[in-house]
Design a protein around this ligand. Structure first.
Ligand code: AMP
Length: 664
């Protein structure tokens, strides 16, 4: 079995972890960051951008840049609330009432899982580069409160990225694994997980490597974004009162408002008051209009009071389902960036009056736990056992539209449960099995996971035929349903996948498309990298030649200087003609020539009898200083074959700084 990675696919950020020598750790992405923004975009040239690059164009290209997709994954149109639809890009329902994201620049519509697949692909690509081996399977985490459809859709997203999902793992369970995998003591833990778009609460007993989830609850439509939204509404309402302009109607203004709101929210976790400045946010009859205001923590907390109330309910439900009281809890683990808000931390303290564990990083703990689970699956980690539960009740629709629960919520998984049903009319030859998930009494108020028909039932009076319906939930929380007519033995079974936005054919079509595109993209990227590297080397070589000529004269190391010039001309020529086949060779020659030149210059410095020494003396005291050891140690070309890489690192760090400025 190849290497299995752990992926935390977050609403705002995603993280990838792996187990190395029995210890889990997080892999930094190609940009050097340990978290990757869960943002996908298409540039003005239709180039796919993922992560920080896509995030960078959120304000400037809002129609073609997609964030918060986790809120749409595995959901039908009528399940979305108004808040979820508050995004700067266009979302619509297709004929099957599935959510589709419109991208004007590529003139295409995408299923949310298709776009999410690109995030997974980037995480995998970066990890492969780091590990220097290919990865084909992963443990992917989902909110514990995700229903079957959302889990199926997440699995499809991974499939579209060419990754086999070894396990769908609940996020709070992953956090608990990270927290407790190396602890031998026994404890009862509450995991409070508030991310960018979802909220989960789980109660677990951890004892000598056995992780027993007792209860889980949550809200998949509640997260940090809702807190941002409160600030957006406050700013937009205030602006409307002053100028009668609704900033929410303009995509760019809305995006700028959202970014400023998130920044203010985060600052209020550390400060009591924060300024909000949005110059040129709109144009009025008398010219440009600006927002210059301040938000204090008290006001922010007042704006969010209903969200805080919504957070308490699932905690109460989970505690009651587990049969534990708050006093039974030994430790609280905070997960997700939104748990940094003081009002959230205060709320938790009012429920469980102990100081939360500080041993885990709330941004990375889920990916770390996923990596631990990957280690359990691959056999690298032994003596760990995970018993999870199903978050929501599963059942069938019976006469009168009632929901008959077969598997109640918080039942340990994997599980199989069967019951016998009969016909409601005489001589009924078939029955419809309609599967639902949720806690409401009427089936219609819950989430329909799909239906199928068992036919060929022999004629019989009402209530006589016996149809056994069985539900199987696997360790991923995914459901399979079968129905058997006990008289004839006729059986029908289905994997429930009605929740995914894509059917099987669409998934395989997209996988093939993605494979072809991935090859093309890889080739395109490789040639761009090749050109860029050559251009960087050319610039460095020119600079080096110029510096040496200036300091030691044009003939100081004549043979080596000419070799560099010749190699430089070759590289330039192949670049101009876009002859990439020859370019690599020419680049190697230039590197060699530069290395030779540097060696010659350095040798000159060390040798008393070298003509360069003579030149040095003629420059007098300034040159003496330049020829000191410090000077040469700092020389980027002195005996340093890794220089090109170092230069690139400097450049990318400069770029990052620029990005930060741009966004702050
Ligand atoms: P996650 O899904 O764990 O990456 O959490 C992302 C959410 O955490 C976003 O809504 C962020 O705005 C929010 N967040 C991150 N840092 C802070 C902070 N210091 N204060 C408040 N919210 C934060």
């Amino acid at each position: 079995m190849g290497r299995i990675v752990g992926i935390d696919l977050g609403t705002t950020n995603s993280v990838i972890g792996v187990l190395e020598a029995g210890r889990p750790f997080v892999i930094a992405n190609a940009e050097g960051s340990r978290t990757t923004p869960s943002v996908i975009g298409y540039s003005k040239d239709s180039e796919l951008l993922v992560g920080q690059q896509a995030r960078r164009q959120l304000v400037l290209n809002p129609k073609n840049t997609f964030s918060n997709l986790k809120r749409f994954i595995g959901r039908t149109w009528n399940e979305l609330n108004e808040n979820s639809l508050n995004v700067a890009y266009t979302v619509r329902a297709n004929e099957q009432e599935c959510v589709r994201v419109t991208c004007p620049i590529t003139e295409r519509e995408y299923a949310p899982e298709e776009l999410t697949g690109s995030i997974i692909r980037k995480l995998i690509d970066d990890a492969e580069k780091y590990l220097e081996e290919s990865i084909d399977s992963a443990v992917v985490t989902v909110p514990a409160y995700f229903n079957d459809s959302q889990r199926q859709a997440t699995r499809d997203a991974a499939l579209l990225a060419g990754i086999k999902v070894e396990r769908i793992l609940n996020e709070p369970t992953a956090a608990a694994l990270a927290y407790g995998f190396d602890k031998s003591s026994s404890s009862r833990v509450l995991v409070f997980d508030l991310g960018g778009g979802t909220f989960d609460i789980s109660l677990l007993r951890i004892s000598n490597g056995v992780f027993d989830v007792k209860a889980t609850s949550g809200d998949t439509q509640l997260g940090g974004n809702d807190f941002d939204q409160k600030i957006v509404e406050w700013l937009a309402d205030d602006f409307y009162k002053q100028y009668e302009i609704d900033l929410r109607r303009d995509r760019q203004s809305l995006q700028r408002l959202s970014e400023a709101a998130e920044k203010a929210k985060q600052e209020l976790s550390g400060l009591n008051i924060t300024p909000i400045s949005l110059p040129f946010i709109a144009t009025g009859s008398n010219g440009p209009l600006h927002i210059e205001t301040k938000l204090d923590r008290k006001k922010f907390e007042f704006l969010c009071r209903d969200l805080i109330d919504r957070l308490s309910k699932p905690v109460e439900i989970a505690l009651s389902d587990s049969g534990w009281t708050a006093e039974d809890i030994n430790d609280v683990v905070l997960v997700g960036g939104s748990t940094r808000m003081p009002m959230v931390q205060q709320l938790i303290r009012t429920i469980v009056p102990i100081t939360p564990s500080q041993t885990v990083n709330p941004d990375e703990v889920v990916a770390v736990g996923a990596a631990v689970q990957a280690g359990i699956i691959s056999g690298e980690l032994r003596d760990l056992l995970l018993n999870d539960v199903t978050p929501l009740s599963l059942g069938l629709e019976t006469v009168g539209g009632l929901m008959k629960v077969l598997i109640p919520r918080n039942t340990p998984i994997p599980v199989r449960q069967a019951d016998v049903f009969s016909t409601s009319e005489a001589n009924q030859s078939s029955v419809e099995i309609n599967v639902w998930q949720g806690e409401r009494q009427l089936a219609n108020d819950n989430k329909s996971l799909g239906k199928f028909r068992l036919s060929g039932i022999p004629p019989a009076p009402r209530g006589v035929p016996q149809v056994q319906v069985a539900f199987d939930i696997d360790a991923n929380g995914l459901l399979q349903v079968s129905a058997t007519d006990r008289t004839t033995g006729r059986k029908q079974s289905v994997s429930i996948n009605g929740g995914s936005n894509l059917n099987e054919n669409e998934v395989s079509k997209l996988i093939n498309e993605a494979r072809e595109k991935a090859d093309l993209d890889r080739k395109k990227r490789a040639s761009i990298d090749q050109r860029n590297n050559a251009l960087t080397l050319v610039a460095q070589a020119e600079r080096r030649l110029r510096d040496i000529s200036l300091e030691f004269g044009p003939y100081a190391a004549e043979r080596q200087q000419r070799s560099v010039e010749v190699a430089l001309r070759d590289v330039q020529e192949f670049l101009d003609n876009n002859d990439l086949a020859e370019l690599d060779l020419a680049v190697s020659s230039l590197q060699e020539a530069l290395f030779g030149l540097n060696r010659r210059i350095s040798a000159g410095r060390r040798s008393e009898s070298n003509p360069i020494q003579g030149i040095k003396n003629t420059f007098g005291s300034l040159k003496d200083e330049l020829f000191s050891d410090d000077y040469w140690d700092d020389d980027p070309w002195d005996y340093n074959p890794n220089q090109e890489r170092r230069d690139r690192d400097y450049q990318s760090r400069d770029l990052d700084r620029w990005d930060n400025d741009f966004y702050n």
